[in-house]
Design a protein around this ligand. Structure first.
Ligand SMILES: NC(=O)c1ccc[n+]([C@@H]2O[C@H](COP(=O)([O-])OP(=O)(O)OC[C@H]3O[C@@H](n4cnc5c(N)ncnc54)[C@H](OP(=O)(O)O)[C@@H]3O)[C@@H](O)[C@H]2O)c1
Length: 253
């Protein structure tokens, strides 16, 4: 099969491209850095020519609602349109567990992701939407966003984060299988509070910031319940624990 990875140079995309290069399938890494712009459609027709599967792991560089919404709307419509013309048989899109719940109370990024998901669902094209929980690699940005005067305040919620490498493996399995025509959820092996994971993440660099769960703090603008970032009971749980991920990063240094 020919498999095109949109966002193939990103955190998840680069890992997915490496995994696919070890298979017998033809893989094309598509992003602006490789001459493909899904927003302007530059290079899209040629990248998708003869493709069987498209995996969209791109991301918007804009987090404000207008910018993110414009990116995900135009980019997704272009991908579906050019994909249909090229005869793509499976459109896979990576999104976030709880997107619809987050979109309900937050006007920015998650509403744009919910729009992306709706366009894929309603396109009439064979699809699977992969929902992943927070990446371990993303926990530090959550900490940085909530820090003021040496104290990091985070939303008082539970999370089940996962390693980017495991997200790439999950996306690989989906890309090589049949379209599910629904959302398929993945999460990490451990559940703990966001406060606990932020604290563990800061500890790995001896970062002296204090961490507090603040019942009034929002999660990227969203007001959400304690369990709303967690996947459902049918989610596939991946293997890498946070401590394994830290150990692997240390060994790779
Ligand atoms: N962060 C989390 O914890 C989390 C959790 C679950 C799901 N997700 C989802 O996972 C997805 C991937 O996230 P990520 O962290 O891997 O993203 P990332 O590292 O920011 O990578 C984004 C990719 O998109 C490409 N891109 C951006 N604009 C483009 C354009 N106009 N045309 C073509 N390519 C473009 C970038 O390459 P160029 O700059 O070269 O164009 C890059 O390869 C996102 O959709 C996100 O919603 C994230």
């Amino acid at each position: 099969m020919k498999i095109v990875i949109l966002g193939g140079t990103g955190l998840i995309g680069a890992r997915l491209v490496v995994l696919l290069e070890r298979t017998r399938h033809q893989v094309v890494s598509a992003s602006r850095r490789t001459g493909v712009n899904s927003f302007t459609a530059e290079g899209l027709a040629s990248a998708l020519e003869g493709a069987d599967v498209v995996v969209d792991v791109s991301n918007s560089s804009y987090t404000d609602e207008a910018g993110a919404a414009e990116f995900f709307e135009v980019s997704t419509l272009n991908l579906l349109h050019y994909g249909a013309a090229a005869g793509v048989r499976h459109h896979v899109a990576l999104s976030v567990v709880g997107t619809e719940r987050l979109a309900r109370s937050e006007g920015g990024y998650f509403r744009a992701k919910a729009l992306q998901e709706r366009l894929v669902r309603e396109s009439g094209r064979p699809y699977t939407i992969v929902h992943a929980t927070q990446f371990f690699e993303f926990v530090r940005s959550i900490a940085d966003r909530g820090t003021a005067s040496g104290v990091t305040r985070v939303a008082d919620v539970m999370i089940r984060p996962m390693a980017a490498a495991d997200v790439a493996h999950a996306a690989l399995g989906i890309a090589l299988g049949r379209p599910h025509e629904r959302v398929v959820e993945f999460g990490g092996p451990e559940v703990a509070s966001l406060e606990e994971f932020v604290w563990r993440d800061l500890l790995r660099d001896d970062d002296p910031r204090q961490v507090e769960a603040d019942p009034l703090a929002r999660y990227f603008g969203a007001e959400i319940g304690e369990d709303e970032l967690l996947p459902g009971a049918d989610a596939t749980l991946t293997a890498t624990r946070f401590a394994d991920w830290v150990a692997r990063r240390r060994a790779a240094r």
